[in-house]
Design a protein around this ligand. Sequence first.
Ligand SMILES: Cc1cc2nc3c(=O)[nH]c(=O)nc-3n(C[C@H](O)[C@H](O)[C@H](O)COP(=O)(O)OP(=O)(O)OC[C@H]3O[C@@H](n4cnc5c(N)ncnc54)[C@H](O)[C@@H]3O)c2cc1C
Length: 309
Amino acid sequence: MESIKAGVWQRTRGRRLLSLELSVAGIGSLTPGFTRVVLEGTALDEYRDPHPADAFKLMLPPARISAVPTPARSGSGLPQRPDDTVEPVLRAFTVRGFDPAARRLTMDVARHDHGVGIDWLAAARPGDPVSLSGMRPEWAVGAGIRDHVLIGDGTALPAISAILDGLDPDHAVSAYVATPDPADIELVAPHPKLTLHHLADITRVVDHAPASIAGGRRTQVWVAAEAAAVRDIRAHAVGVWGVDRCDLLARAYWKRGVTSTENDSVNLMAYRHAATAGADIRDPELAESIDLGGVGRDLVLEPRATPIS
Ligand SMILES: Cc1cc2nc3c(=O)[nH]c(=O)nc-3n(C[C@H](O)[C@H](O)[C@H](O)COP(=O)(O)OP(=O)(O)OC[C@H]3O[C@@H](n4cnc5c(N)ncnc54)[C@H](O)[C@@H]3O)c2cc1C
């Protein structure tokens, strides 16, 4: 794969979507801002091709009475449910750790004020059933890339740490991280060639010039945070740092003032519109356009014939 975008697209096209019924093995506070949840179950045998920062959606029951049945999927990969089933509430999280032998998957949650996910977290107990659907690829290393910039708020910290765990020790990486509490920064995984910048506000990354970019080296940039912040950082990375869009993966992990349910329903309409127009809904460039397209997502989405490299 020639670039992060091409790599993520390739993996997304080749993946088999998993629907797994698991249970909570353990839950507890990790740092002032984070809670760790460990899920377990024999269904994890189906997760055979784990990659750093893989993401999934927890299918949370509206009332915490039982696990939610997993959906069938159409040929395009969109979920299909019979009309008489209760719609689950979907919330996206990252695989922070995976132990295939123990059949355990670890996720870390950045706590915030309120939300279905946060409510679930507060009430979850070992033994609770929980279903998840995934995995969405969030990481690949472009051919020849040896320099990386990772940028994220607390919601992206589990992904950044998973990426650092898996990164070649000879690659250089600058990470810019903002966390709910200063003590949370200890959750950033070590790496021999990591330069870590702890920011109070992730949008202030634009005040920095990552060493590899200042040095004129081809650099892969990965950004995940609140949608408006990601939009600004992406514009800066392309316009000021001169990063090629193929070498940039920008993801909106949440949107201020909007629940994931509301955000996903707007995005789903945009994906349906794009699919009808002939676009490949697995194209990460399309996901970026929809995720970061702003209110209404009323942009015209032009299908592309071939993967970018
Ligand atoms: C691919 C992907 C991977 C993700 N991985 C992780 C992960 O590993 N760990 C993690 O903690 N999050 C992760 N997130 C983000 C998480 O899905 C969102 O934060 C989600 O909104 C939480 O759901 P909720 O039910 O708690 O809040 P919602 O019901 O969605 O939102 C309720 C309110 O809270 C606000 N809100 C949501 N998240 C935050 C926040 N972090 N800080 C402040 N306000 C917020 C919303 O704007 C809204 O006003 C990921 C998101 C994506 C797309």
